[in-house]
Design a protein around this ligand. Structure first.
Ligand code: FAD
Ligand code: DHB
Length: 385
């Protein structure tokens, strides 16, 4: 079997890459370890930058997103008994975010690939990468072999692509946070029109949403926390304790339909390429979710990689492919910094003393009272051009 681009992973990165390549007349095969039902049900990100929305709409997969996605023109920061709005329409005119679940993006992309006769294989076992340093790399899986011109490693943080790069090639930058996020979905109308990022002495809490009937929440919990330690009553009590910290705000509760714990880490492997292998999305970098950047970075990588592959296949020009990693890493590091900044602004750290807590409150006060500081948050949050 042969294809131009062998893609490992049917997350947002792999599926979007396959779709964008198809629009440029470039063939690909997507190999995914899990079932279609599993990847379509996996609840994760929900905040799409304008650039991400534009990419999906231009690629013809934005119809449902435009219909069902919730456009937001600001977020709320809540701390020390007060709430402050960061108004995007004033600080970064014309730019906004859209709340639309990642698994809905994945469903839309899978539907588009299959409708166009795309080759997406689920439940593929034992994918292995070979001959990356030659111009005929190949993938083997479940007894089959796929010869490729190029391989795209879109298989997330725990995939096989990055570990297939020989030792000594990659520089790795990494930070583990001493806490995690417990995320839930609940069948209840959101109690706020906009996302509420809350700093409380009990830890961070985030009120987000999916639809007018479904809310999404996150709680800062200790690293290593397990879902079993968090029965529904405990989750609601803790969300109320952290979020009901301003006069007049009452949190509506409902049936919890999904629970998961996400470790908080930052990670960058550079360069994002070796020989004929190119890494995109979480396979190359992870950010703590406080800045809502992971999915958006994956989409940005794929946009750059598509253009570089088109230059290669259409004109035989390898310059853009050679510069792929460099072109992506500037945005990646901006997102790393912003995600670290939002995380330290809003979470409690066990080793913080009274001085550190006062600094954090002063920082929040600055961000919510200075237009310059608020603009820094807003322009990063909606996504740098
Ligand atoms: P993935 O979505 O991880 O996809 C990789 C795919 O590869 C998976 O389907 C996997 O099954 C497959 N795979 C793995 N190994 C193999 C193998 N050996 N062979 C074949 N296939 C394999 N980002 C945001 O932008 N905004 C947010 O609001 C946000 N919130 C988040 C909240 C949570 C709770 C979490 C967990 C993440 C959040 N993120 C957010 C991050 C975002 O979900 C990820 O950055 C995004 O999923 C990256 O997409 P990807 O395609 O690179 O990787
Ligand atoms: C969501 C996730 C995030 O990481 C974030 O910063 C904001 C919203 C969400 O899933 O809705």
């Amino acid at each position: 079997m042969r294809t131009q681009v062998g893609i490992i992973g049917a997350g947002p990165a792999g599926l979007l890459l396959s779709h964008l390549l198809h629009l440029r007349g470039i063939s690909s095969v997507v190999l995914e370890k899990r079932s279609r039902a599993h990847v379509e049900r996996r609840v994760r990100a929900g905040v799409l930058e304008q650039g991400t929305v534009d990419t999906l709409v231009e690629a013809g997969v934005g119809e449902r997103l435009l219909r069902e996605g919730l456009p937001h023109h600001g977020i709320e920061l809540r701390y020390a008994g007060t709430s402050h709005r960061i108004p995007f329409e004033k600080l970064v005119p014309g730019r906004r975010i859209t709340v639309y679940g990642q698994q809905e993006v994945v469903k839309d992309l899978i539907a588009a690939r299959l409708a166009a006769g795309g080759d997406v294989r689920f439940e593929v076992e034992d994918v292995a990468l070979h001959d990356l340093e030659t111009d005929r790399p190949c993938l083997t899986f479940g007894g089959a072999r796929l010869d490729c011109d190029v391989i795209a490693g879109c298989d997330g943080f725990h995939g096989v692509s990055r570990p297939s790069i020989p030792e000594g090639v990659l520089s790795v930058h990494e930070r583990e946070y001493p806490f995690a996020w417990l995320g839930i979905l609940a069948r209840v109308a959101p109690s706020s029109e906009e996302l509420v990022y809350t700093r409380s002495e009990r830890g961070f809490a985030l009120h987000s949403m999916r639809t007018p009937e479904i809310s999404r929440f996150y709680l800062q919990v200790p690293a290593g926390a397990r879902v079993e330690e968090w029965p529904d009553e405990r989750i609601w009590a803790e969300l109320k304790a952290r979020l009901e910290s301003v006069p007049g705000f009452t949190l509506a509760t409902g049936e919890i339909t999904e629970k998961g714990v996400t470790p908080m880490r930052a990670f960058v492997a550079e360069p994002m390429q070796h020989g004929r292998l190119y890494l995109a999305g979480d396979a190359a970098h992870i950010v703590p979710p406080t800045g809502a950047k992971g999915l958006n970075l994956a989409v940005a990588d794929v946009r750059v990689l598509t253009d570089a592959l088109a230059a290669y296949f259409e004109h035989g020009s390898s310059g853009p492919l050679d510069g792929y990693s460099r072109a992506c890493l500037r945005r990646v590091w901006r997102a790393q910094h912003f995600s670290w900044w939002m995380t330290t602004l809003l979470h409690t750290f066990d080793d913080d003393d009274a001085y550190a807590r006062r600094l954090q409150l002063s920082h929040l006060d600055y961000v919510t009272s200075s237009e310059a500081a608020a603009t820094t948050l807003a322009e990063n949050y909606v996504g740098m051009p």
